[in-house]
Write a protein that binds this ligand. Structure first.
Ligand code: ADP
Length: 289
């Protein structure tokens, strides 16, 4: 059905996408309107920015949507050494010859994949120059080194992620770049949804431990404004549950998943452990009397 729809979209007719529920799609618990947002953006092939803190489900969401829309997904985790050549491609020496090798972005542009540039702000600034002509009506990718310009495949879509908490004055996307995208703000899900996510991801977790783990993690998020750079992510809660399922005592599992990775500051770590203790204390305490 999705294929048929996509074929239709290549023609003149454009419908609202009714992607079927797909049991094989990577599990994703929707928060609010992000699925409808993405379907609309995909229908119009608009470049998308997924905003939100790390570990809140942006990547999983995109994996889910790519599967639903039946598009291949090309993911590039951007880092400070990533250059435009890493994205676009380069000439390589093979024996006596120089051979051009497409980079991941070029492959996605040619094949009509969804290209996900995760944390693009981390990459060198020349990478944003390369994506600009892809984000407007031109939908073109210039291969400067080859002296070539490629028109994007009709199904190609560009998605970037952006963590608003991380940026500094020196390292941020220019407003002129941001404005080329439509954006969705991801938040941490509601407690009930988050319990569902952690329970499903961990698989077969004790209900009471699950409830305490998620409640402790969520309360720990309040320390974000009191010195913690990063809040406890849903991913961290999944790790905590996995450690408990592997037999670790709840307090140790929480220390390893929710506290130690988040801070090196002993006072903050203690404050986080107090929250964990308040939730799990009775689990391990000696029965009174
Ligand atoms: P981000 O890309 O925002 O850093 P991820 O998508 O990698 O975060 O999410 C981290 C992990 O948290 C996932 O691997 C998954 O286990 C879990 N997760 C977070 N949110 C969801 C969600 N809404 N549905 C399913 N799993 C989720």
């Amino acid at each position: 059905m999705v294929k048929k729809f996509i074929d239709k979209m290549r023609g003149v007719e454009r419908d609202v996408i009714q992607a079927p529920e797909d049991a094989d799609a990577p599990f994703y618990a929707a928060q609010a309107g992000e699925v409808a947002f993405f379907q609309a953006a995909y229908q119009q092939r608009l470049p998308v920015m997924l905003k939100g803190p790390t570990g809140c489900g942006k990547t999983r969401f995109l994996e889910h949507m790519a599967h639903k829309l039946d598009r291949p997904l090309v993911t590039v985790s951007c880092h400070e050494d990533l250059t435009s050549s890493d994205l676009v491609g380069r000439f390589l020496l093979q024996g006596e010859e120089t051979v051009w090798q497409d980079g991941p972005l070029t492959k996605a542009v040619k094949e009509g994949a969804i290209c996900y540039l995760d944390e693009i702000v981390e990459a060198r600034t020349d990478t944003t120059v390369v994506i600009h002509p892809l984000t407007d009506h031109r939908r073109q990718l210039p291969l400067d080194k080859k002296g070539q310009i490629i028109d994007a495949h009709p199904d190609f879509m560009l998605v970037i992620s952006y963590n608003p908490g991380y940026q500094t004055v020196l390292k941020d996307l220019k407003p002129s770049t941001k404005q080329r995208f439509v954006a969705y703000n991801f938040e941490y899900p509601s407690e009930e949804v988050e319990r569902g996510i952690v329970g499903k991801e961990v698989g077969g977790m004790d209900g009471e431990l699950l409830r305490k783990l998620v409640a402790a993690g969520r309360q720990g998020r309040n320390l974000k404004d009191h010195g913690l750079e990063e809040a406890t992510s849903t991913r961290a809660l999944v790790y905590g549950g996995q450690l408990m399922n592997a037999g670790m005592a709840p307090l140790d599992a929480c220390r390893a998943a929710l506290v130690a990775p988040l801070t090196d500051d002993p006072e903050l770590a203690e404050a986080l452990m107090e929250i964990v203790n308040a939730h799990f204390g009775e689990t391990e305490a000696e029965p009174a009397g």
